[in-house]
Design a protein around this ligand. Structure first.
Ligand SMILES: [Zn+2]
Ligand SMILES: [Zn+2]
Length: 223
């Protein structure tokens, strides 16, 4: 098997393809080295739930296309972007150039043959497992940035709820009836300028209604 691979080199170098989506990178297309794209690697792990791998292998691509980089990094920052797939292309060591080698089987030359040209066929083979599109089973993941925002939103929500609860407690405390004592009543009588008979009437009524705080035991219930 090793000999079959060693007998000739691939039609296209592995680095002519995007590590993430597997698309052929045109010579002049903007591309980035996977290893130099720390942010993209973090985003890749967060999005797909698996780390970037095989960068020490010659049979895996070491570059990513501009579209994958921008989308992953944008999603990671919390922008409304999503990849077209939930599982990226997975690379394994090719075993032979004709039936299990992505770099020999993909023919990007068809791309140049006009408007009605057939799209480049990207095979799904053991050494290069095709992406799995998003579905209800594989929804677009929530970016860490949004999760953080959600967390802070939730905590700010609970903060305000706590504040509201505190406000309610204050209000409830304010609403506990206050029973004036004799001293309060004397102040009120003086402030109103009541005559002695009117003052006596008020006092007797308040006592009658149990509104005068002359009962120590009742007061105790509030402390
Ligand atoms: Zn090959
Ligand atoms: Zn790509």
């Amino acid at each position: 098997m090793v000999n079959r691979m060693a007998s000739r080199s691939c039609k296209h170098p592995a680095d002519s393809f995007c590590y993430v989506c597997g698309e052929f990178l045109k010579t002049r297309a903007k591309k980035s080295s996977v290893q130099a794209s720390q942010r993209m690697c973090e985003a890749y792990k967060a999005y797909f739930g698996m780390p970037v791998g095989d960068q020490d292998k010659t049979w895996a691509p070491h570059f990513i296309c501009e579209n994958c980089k921008r989308t992953l990094e944008g999603w990671y920052r919390g922008e409304k972007r999503a990849m077209r797939f939930a599982i990226p292309r997975i690379w394994r060591e090719p075993t032979d150039h004709t039936s299990n080698c992505y770099f020999c089987m993909v023919d990007p030359s068809k791309r140049r043959s006009g408007k009605n040209a057939q799209p480049v066929v990207y095979p799904d083979i053991p050494s290069s497992i095709a992406q799995v599109p998003h579905s209800s089973e594989f929804p677009v993941p929530t970016p860490p940035a949004a999760k953080k925002q959600l967390r802070s939103y939730e905590s700010s929500q609970s903060d305000s709820e706590e504040n509201e609860a505190a406000d309610l407690t204050d209000t409830a405390a304010d609403r506990v009836p206050y029973f004036p004592n004799q001293h309060d009543l004397n102040d009120l009588i003086r402030d109103l300028g009541l005559t002695k008979s009117n003052a006596e009437l008020l006092t007797s009524r308040l006592k009658q209604w149990n509104l005068l705080d002359n009962c120590k035991s009742r007061k105790k219930t509030y402390f």
